[in-house]
Every structure is written in C-alpha cells, then in structure tokens.
Write a protein that binds this ligand. Sequence first.
Ligand SMILES: [Zn+2]
Length: 480
Amino acid sequence: MSTSGLELSTLGHRIRHHRLARGLTLDELGATVGVAGSQLSLIENGKREPKLSLLQAIALATDTEVTDLISGEPPNRRAALEIELERAQAGSVFRQLGIAPVRVSKGMSDETIESILGLHRELLRREREAIATPEEARRANTELRIRMRERGNYLPEIERLAEKQLKAAGHTSGALSHRTVSIMAEQLGFELLYVNDLPHSTRSVTDLENGRIYLPPASIPGGHGLRSMALQAMAHRLLGHTPPTDYADFLQQRLEINYYAACCLMPETAAVSFLQQAKKDRNLAVEDFRDAFGVTHEGAGMRMTNLMTEHLGMQLHFLRVDATGAITRVYENDGIPLPMDVTGSIEGQRVCRHFSARQAFTQQNRTTEHHQYVDTPGGTYWSSTQTGSSGEGEFSVTVGVAFDDSRWWRGRETSERAVSHCPDESCCRRPPADATDRWKGRAWPSARVHTHMFSPLPRGAFPGVDDNEVYTFLDRHAGE
Ligand SMILES: [Zn+2]
C-alpha cells in the first residue's frame, strides 16, 4: 500500500468517527451529502479518495471542519489500532510470509487486534535482529577462535575419524588422489558429480535421497581444492550435522568440515612423523610439508597449527593477509601481538606493516618463502611467508614461531629483521609529521567501499544459502 493509501485510510477512519459521533448511518449521511451509502463505505475504508466538494459536504453534515477530517491523527484508540494493523499487514515482512491478512470487523475486540499487533511488532524486531548478523558473526568467530586456542587447535575425534575412513578406502601414504576421494564417497553411499550450474550460494550440494554430491566442474584451475570440497561435503554427513541453528553453529560446522578435509589430505600419523623428522633435521618448512602431501600452502600452514602444539610442543602463528594488509584468516597461540577491534575480533584488522606477512609483498623473488624476524613489544618472532594470488587479488600466508623455536626451522639464518611498535600508532599507522604537514588539506583520496567480512546472510533452512536456488537446482538434476 502506498503512502497516499495509508493517508486515505486515516481519512476514512476520521470520517467514520465523526459520522458515528453524530449517530448517523452510512445511508443517512450519504443521503445528506448526495452519494450512495456504499460509496461512502469505500471512502471510510480508505479504498476511494473523496473529492474536495464531498469532503466539504461531509464536514458540514457532521458539524466539523475539512482540516479536522484530513488531519493525519487517528481519531481514537480503536482507529489507531486498525491503522497500525493495516500498515503492518501491508508491509513486505508480513507479505513475504504468504499469510492472508486479518480483516478487521466491528465485532473484533481491541484485545484481539492488540494481540495480533504484538506478533507483528515481534516479527519486525526479529527481522531487524537478523540484519545485525555481521556483529553476531564476528562475535561467534572470535569465540570459536578462543575455544580452539584452548584446545591447541587440535580435534582428536575428527583426526581418528579421518584415519579410519582413509584406511577403509585403502589409502596408505602420500598425496590423497581424486580416485581415493571417490572411493571414500562410494563407501558412504555417494557418487561425486561435477556440474556447471551449482547455486551461487553453495560450495557443494548433497542429494541425500539419490546419494549424490554435486561439486563444481573438475577442470577449474587449481583443481586440487576439489578433493577438499568433496571431503567437506562428506564430513557434514559423517559428523552428523543438522541444519545450523545460528551463526555460531554454522561456523562450528564449517570449522569441523574443514578440519576433516585437512585430516584426510594430511593424515595425522603420516603428517606428524613428517614434521617430527623435519624438526629433528632442523629443517621445518611449510613448503616441504605442502609438497609432500600435495596441498595448498595455506592448507599446509593451517594444518601445522593443528598438529605441532599437540605433538611437537611448539606454539605458532598463522596469518592469511590480503594485499592491503587486512587479516582474512588467523590462528595464534605463541602470543604474537595482533591488531584487535573492541569486540576482540582480529579478522579484517590490518597487521603491522613491518611484519613478514606484509614485507613479503615488497620482495623481488617471491617464488620461495620470505623469512624474517620481527621485534615486537611482546618479544621477537620468526616468520616464513609465501605470497600468492587468487581471484580476489594478492595474498600472503605466514607461519611463524617465537624466537626460541626458530632454531627448528629452515630460514632461521635470515638477516632480515624489523622492529614493530604496534599497536602504538606511530609505528606504521600514523603518517610522519612532515608528510602530514606537506599534504594535510591538499589531497583528497576517494575511499574504496569497505566490503564486510561477513555480510548479512540470506535466511532459510541453512544460513548463507538461498534455499530456493538449491531446491530448484536439485529438481533440475534429480531427474537425470
Ligand atoms: Zn606497526
């Protein structure tokens, strides 16, 4: 309903109010002003706009003024309730539900309308709360990181589950092949299918009824990510996931499926023995671990945080940083000082310019890892950083340790050394005084629109997923 529709509704209520105050029926007032009672009824119900001449006649007949009739105020409490209900039922939030609106009758009590309005107000409140999802997401993400830190980023139950599944599929050692991943799926009763039309809001879709896991086409560059996606899809099933109830639940499940996939690609027993040997040889390197298991640098680095505290007694930090220096993925239990917002969230914050994670972007030779020490207010740290690029631009992946543990790593002999005073703003956030003097008031940068880490999610059975798109997709393929 348009604004004028709502004004007409108030006008109608005011006419009815004055008519009833004079004890007139629709037909009686109609006869006086020269229109049929049915016409007057349409006007009183806000369905028709009266001409000014008719308004003048009605004002005269009911002993009031035109200005009073067209006032925006509901004439009485009952009318206010009815107008609010009309407004609520005309709103998009209610109409989305596909529920037929209530038709208010004379016999309906104020209490009934009040109760229905109460439901509408609560519906709107919940809708607004859902829009607040980015904050909820950040909070949930921070809580999850803290919980994982307490557990050394290690989940033994999922480690054991993965080893069992791998053994059953006949995997013995080395990189996990696509073929073995398919066998693992078959053993769960699923067939892996690669399709071009996956819904945009999904990474994979599992058809539980027909035993199929739909994945993006196998030919995309860097297709090794596909093993991970297939394993993640299976993990939902193996871990008995049910549709997530809130964002925290959604993030927990995502962490678990990622963890399961990492366990399959870099199985605990083999990975730990590889890392223990490398430590013994004082030759730990993310790139060696990566190449031994045929995974991404990021996957290898993150996996080291799962296993090295538990099995090698080493604490470490992991950072994925974009070209602007913003942290997109993070884990640390070695105390390296990282930027944090008021909610304790690290993701989206910019890491110190002097850290290896950002210095690596300035290096000429980027085919191998960049090694560097940094002195921070929290002590000295050694880091190894590899840069890369994705569809979203350049990024760097860093794994590092406190100074004492650098002796186990290749690259410890580096002469690269930096000093960081962050979070002191004079370290790298505030421009030098002479630059400020030179440019203040003489430059006008146009800001890039800030893209939030977590935009509001479409709401449905699965947070973040467009159900309609998914079900249409499944319908399309189920008949094949
Ligand atoms: Zn700094």
